[in-house]
Design a binder for this molecule. Structure first.
Ligand code: NAD
Ligand code: MG
Length: 386
């Protein structure tokens, strides 16, 4: 095949998704070219990646590290910028075909909007962007004829099941959840868990924030909201089932009752590669699934009374407006506080629920409203004591 290479801007290249995306790109040099690499503050890894992949531009988020990165990369004729504004302008470069958003948290919102406005297709790992402002992002994408390809494994699974079915109505989807390291724990046990325990995920090796979110089931809550926007679903069409082996990555049920699932060993490189290469399937040497290694695939109901975050996310989605934005900002602060040993595991849900009650509700938020709600929530969440 003689297709032109896809030129990729990789936001958050030094993270878990970012480094795996670079492995995918390195295995398919005939398919992809790295145009932009960006990182928050891991200057050393960013420099090494730039030396290897020779992008046009790199951006280091932390402006204090600019001189260091510039000194290393200027001799290679790689342009170096720093700060959030730079992130938003580099994603608009003419040479870029697709932007992979693999930075973490609310910080993804602004650069994603900038990329969509410049008509760049999005491979979306940064689920927080859709949680915060799903209505704004999906309508901007429609206006600009931009496609949003899911990188999150569950949403990639659903997307893969929908290929060839785009005109058939979805009855419901079922998102699978591993249940995390504390599956089966009651509140007494959960109150005592440490961050070291929470940072050990049974099936996936991920960044710290999403690992805590997975342990608290907030990750699944964020994914429910992400799915609502990606697949234009209502809350009652989105179910969650706990599946500890993480082999069935999610399922779709159509109006005739037929269900399709996408399966495989848990490996984020697969959904990353699918999003980057769609509609092609590229070859891979990822380990293959063997049924005999998994004689039992099991499924159980999530315990939303103990793991309140999942219920809080459904509540936020049902309320709509800026409530998911409030949920997200409160959660980002809660996770930070838990990682700093300021609050216990269960207090993360208390903090999020308190913010959802106290921050001003806006039914039809503008972009500025989201920025303001995010700030207001963070200030309150930082001040709350438990
Ligand atoms: P990570 O913490 O490992 O990496 C985050 C990356 O973003 C790093 O390169 C970091 O330097 C950069 N970054 C952080 N803060 C920044 C800021 N303020 N400005 C600019 N850059 C910043 O995170 P991750 O696990 O790779 O997750 C990235 C995103 O993908 C998250 O939204 C997460 O929910 C989503 N996701 C991750 C996985 C996974 O397996 N890791 C799976 C599904 C979805
Ligand atoms: Mg996921």
């Amino acid at each position: 095949m003689t297709s032109a290479k896809k030129h990729i801007a990789l936001l958050g290249s030094t993270g878990s998704i970012g480094t795996q995306a670079l492995e995918v790109i390195a295995s398919h040099p005939d398919q992809f070219e790295v145009e932009v690499l960006t990182a928050g503050s891991n200057a050393q890894l960013l420099i090494e990646q730039a030396q290897r992949f020779n992008p046009n531009v790199v951006v280091i988020g932390n402006e204090e590290l600019y001189d260091h990165v510039f000194a290393a990369l200027d001799p290679l004729d790689i342009k170096v910028y720093a700060g959030t504004a730079a992130l938003c302008s580099v994603v608009q470069m003419d040479t870029i075909d697709m932007v992979l958003t693999a930075l973490v948290g609310y910080a993804g919102l602004k650069p994603t909007i900038a990329a969509i406005e410049a008509k760049k297709h999005i491979a979306l790992a940064n689920k927080e962007t859709l949680v915060v402002a799903g209505d704004l992002i999906t309508s901007l994408a429609r206006e600009n004829a931009v496609n949003i390809y899911p990188v999150d494994s569950e949403h990639s699974a659903i997307f893969q099941c929908l290929v060839g079915e785009f005109h058939n109505p979805i009855e419901k989807i079922v998102l699978t959840a591993s249940g995390g390291p504390f599956r089966g724990f009651d509140k007494v046990k959960l109150a005592r868990v440490t961050k070291a325990q929470a940072l050990k995920h049974p099936n996936w090796d991920m960044g710290a924030k999403i690992t805590i979110d997975s342990a608290s089931l907030m990750n699944k809550g964020l994914e429910v909201i992400e799915a609502k926007w990606l697949f234009a679903l209502s809350a009652r069409q989105i179910e969650v089932i706990v599946h500890p082996q993480s082999i069935v990555h999610s399922l779709v049920q159509f109006k005739d009752g037929s269900m399709k699932a996408q399966m495989g060993l848990p490996d984020m490189k697969l959904p990353i590669q699918y999003a980057l290469a769609y509609p092609q399937r590229l070859s891979s040497d990822f380990p293959r699934f063997n049924f005999l290694d998994y004689p039992q695939l099991t499924f159980e109901q999530p315990d939303i009374e103990t793991f309140r975050n999942l219920q809080l996310a459904y509540d936020a989605m049902n309320k709509g407006g800026n409530m998911p934005c409030i949920l997200n900002a409160a959660n980002e602060v809660a996770v930070e506080k838990f990682l700093n040993d300021d609050i216990g595991f269960l207090e993360m849900s208390d903090l999020i629920a308190d913010c959802m009650h106290k921050v001003s509700f806006i039914e039809k938020p503008s972009y500025e409203d989201y920025v303001h709600s995010d700030l207001e929530t963070r200030e309150l969440a930082k001040a709350l004591k438990y």
